[in-house]
Structure formats: structure tokens, C-alpha cells
Design a protein around this ligand. Structure first.
Ligand code: AMP
Length: 394
């Protein structure tokens, strides 16, 4: 590895990690700790095609990261011997300030903390990972890479909401967008697949995982995206409603007396496919739909229809697209969702090749389709490592 970077994605009770070469960007080792703080935590470490599982109590993130260092020592090369150039951290919300990756110091740490009210579920957990890694690797640069950064180029017409001035100017209310590293990576790969420079093409990326968003990328720059101030806006997701009339919140508050925290939880954790079909996992929804379950069939229709509306509107926003790229768990694996999402877009220049779609691509449109449709596996850790290596060299 010429530029090894340890990429960390720290959640409230989990740490995902990968050792990635920032130049290629390929991972040699990866792993996951789940259930941090519970009586039995699980560490799964993957190296050289083998998976090693260890179950023990890991009280907090500091204990978790020490267990990761021990796993590297036990299997393959200890981290100290890899020539590590940095530890990179995925941070969900960078607000208006962090539009590029940044080397973390005390002041950056405070700024990320200040942004926690915009991403209360994510930023505090990301910050915890940064804090323990700074203590454990005091001599290595710690780099924060922000999910929102790629969307900093979205113009006012798409990022401003028509809400009172004070909300915008004093409270940071605007569209930020998320999944930025994925949209950046996949749109660049789509241009590569077309054999053209990213600066010469318009690409629509549909990142369809548990969380899901669509982005319009004009000549390499994000110009609109479906998630907003928070990841709640836009597509129907595993447990999030996506777009709704905001007055539904007031209506339900007045009718039921539910608190705003309850309503927040209802829209983020109890809605989406879970509410419509009774299952979060798209494989289960598809199985139920094939078995004749009416609710699952309707849920799939709603899911695909919402994607279709966004893709259609982004073709208009871009004044025409060269490619549409599907990525993440559902985008990469569900031929049914891809076909459902593109169904009636023939008039807009999308000609799906059914056999290629069933085979999974990478190109799933017919050779004469004006818009090329692709399936591109995302690589968020690879993109984080690449951006980190580039920052440290600049
Ligand atoms: P991600 O957030 O990108 O890891 O995506 C996770 C989601 O991808 C899961 O919740 C599943 O719904 C979905 N998924 C994974 N594999 C398949 C598959 N073969 N068919 C349909 N959906 C899938």
C-alpha cells in the first residue's frame, strides 16, 4: 500500500473500519464492532479472505478502538507496521463551514460538536470516534470527511427553502444533502464508464440503501439532491417517510398530543417501508410482494414512483442527463426496483435492457438509449481514503 489510511465510521454503538490504500483505493482489511456498551459486544475482523469473530464486553468506543488495534496485531500486519498516513473519519454533518475534508484539531472538534443539533443522531457518535482515535494515535493526522461536503456546490435556487429569513440566517435552515462521498465516487465512476471526463457529463446518482437519496451532478458538481436539512427529506426509505406535507406534523401533534420528539422518531424510525410493508429489508418486501401481499406490492410501487419523480425532475434540472447510476444495497442488487423506478421514463430517453438489468450491469440500458443507465457499486471508505490522501499531499 502506498498511502494506507484507517477509515473509521463511528456510530452510537458501533464502529466500522477499513484499512484502505488512498491511491487505489482498495481495502486490505475491514471490520465492524457492534453492541458497544452492552454485555456482549461483537467484533468481526476481515483480513485476507478470512473472517474472525470475537465476543467480549467493550464498555465504550475507546475500548472498541483498542480491540480493533489488537485485531490487527493478531491477524496480518499490526497497524504500526502498515505505514499508516492518517486516520480518516466519516462525519455526517459539516454544515456550511466544512465543504472540504479537514485535519482535525481542538477547534475543528468543537465546530463538529456545535453542528450536532443539525445531526443529533450522527455527529455526536462521529465525534466520539474522533476523540478516542486522537488519544490512541496522537502522532497521526486525523482527517474528517463530511457527508454534506459534496453538496456545497448546490446553488441557492435549490438549497434555499422559502421559509422566514431568521430561520435561514440565524438557525442554519437550508438544504445540505447527504451521502456526499458516495455520490461523488459513483458520479466519477459513471463518467469513467462513459469514457468521458466528469467535467463533460451530467449524471443522476440514485443511492438506494437503508437511507436513500438522489443527486443531480452537473459536470462533476452536485446541483441538487433529495435529502435536505436532515436525511429525512426525499425518497421513501427503510424507516423514513421522505417527502411529506410538513403540516402533517402539526396535524398529528394537535390531534394526538404527541411530542415533537415522538413525531421525529415516528417519521425517522417508524415510517417508510416499515410502515407501508411491515419490513425494512427490501428483499423481504419483494418476497412478500411476489407472494401476493397487497401492502408489499403497493409499498414497492410507492418506493419506485418516488424515485421516478426525482429522476424525471433532475433530468429537467440538468437540462438533460448522460447517465443514471444506481448504487448501494438496493440500487446495486434489486433489478425489480431499478425497472420499477425507470418504468415510464422511455419518453425522456431511458431505454432499459431487461436482460442486462437482470444480470446486474454495469450498463443496463440498450446501446441506442440516449441516457445510459448503470449499476455502480459504491465505495464510500475508498473515497474517504482518496480524499484524505489528496488533502495530506496538497
Ligand atoms: P445499504 O444501506 O447500502 O447497506 O443497503 C442495505 C439494504 O440493501 C438492505 O436493507 C436491503 O434492503 C437492501 N438489499 C441488500 N441486498 C439486496 C438484494 N439482493 N435485493 C434487494 N435489496 C437488497
Amino acid at each position: 500500500m502506498s498511502a494506507p489510511v484507517l477509515v473509521i465510521n463511528s456510530g452510537s454503538s458501533s464502529i466500522k473500519y477499513q484499512l484502505v490504500d488512498g491511491d487505489t483505493p482498495e481495502a486490505s482489511t475491514s471490520g465492524l464492532i457492534e453492541r458497544i456498551g452492552q454485555s456482549e459486544s461483537i467484533l468481526t475482523h476481515r483480513h485476507a479472505g478470512e473472517e474472525h469473530e470475537r465476543r467480549e464486553h467493550l464498555a465504550d468506543h475507546a475500548a472498541g478502538l483498542e480491540a480493533v488495534v489488537a485485531a490487527f496485531e493478531e491477524h496480518g500486519t499490526p497497524l504500526g507496521g502498515t505505514g499508516l498516513i492518517a486516520v480518516a473519519h466519516r462525519v455526517v454533518h459539516g454544515g456550511e463551514r466544512f465543504v472540504q475534508p479537514v485535519v482535525v484539531d481542538d477547534e475543528v472538534e468543537r465546530a463538529v460538536e456545535d453542528l450536532s443539533d443539525l445531526a443529533p443522531l450522527h455527529n455526536p457518535a462521529n465525534l466520539e470516534g474522533i476523540r478516542v482515535a486522537r488519544k490512541l494515535f496522537p502522532r497521526l493526522p486525523q482527517v474528517a470527511v463530511f457527508d454534506t461536503a459534496f453538496h456545497a456546490t448546490i446553488p441557492e435556487r435549490a438549497h434555499l427553502y422559502a421559509v422566514p429569513t431568521a430561520w435561514r440566517e440565524e438557525h442554519g435552515v437550508r438544504r445540505y444533502g447527504f451521502h456526499g462521498t458516495s455520490h461523488a465516487y459513483v458520479s466519477r465512476k459513471a463518467a469513467e464508464l462513459l469514457g468521458r471526463s466528469p467535467k463533460a457529463v451530467n449524471v443522476i446518482v440514485a443511492h438506494l440503501g437503508n437511507g436513500a437519496s438522489v443527486t443531480a451532478v452537473e459536470r462533476g458538481r452536485s446541483i441538487d439532491t433529495s435529502m435536505g436539512l436532515t436525511p429525512l427529506e426525499g425518497l421513501v426509505m427503510g424507516t423514513r417517510s421522505g417527502d411529506i406535507d410538513p403540516a402533517i406534523v402539526f396535524h398529528m401533534h394537535r390531534r394526538t398530543g404527541a411530542s415533537f420528539d415522538d413525531l421525529d422518531a415516528a417519521l425517522n424510525k417508524e415510517s417508510g417501508m416499515l410502515a407501508l410493508a411491515g419490513a425494512i429489508d427490501m428483499r423481504a418486501v419483494e418476497r412478500a410482494a411476489r407472494g401476493g401481499d397487497r401492502a408489499a406490492q403497493t409499498a414497492l410501487e410507492i418506493y419506485c414512483y418516488r424515485i421516478r419523480k426525482y429522476i424525471g425532475s433532475y433530468i429537467a434540472a440538468l437540462g438533460g442527463a448522460d447517465a443514471i447510476a444506481f448504487t448501494a444495497g438496493i440500487g446495486e442488487n434489486s433489478a425489480e426496483v431499478r425497472a420499477g423506478a425507470l418504468g415510464s421514463l422511455v419518453a425522456l430517453g431511458v431505454h432499459l435492457d431487461e436482460a442486462a438489468n437482470a444480470a446486474g450491469g454495469p450498463v443496463i440500458s440498450t446501446p441506442d438509449s440516449p441516457i445510459t443507465v448503470m449499476v455502480i457499486p459504491t465505495n464510500e471508505e475508498g473515497e474517504i481514503a482518496r480524499q484524505t490522501a489528496n488533502l495530506l499531499r496538497s
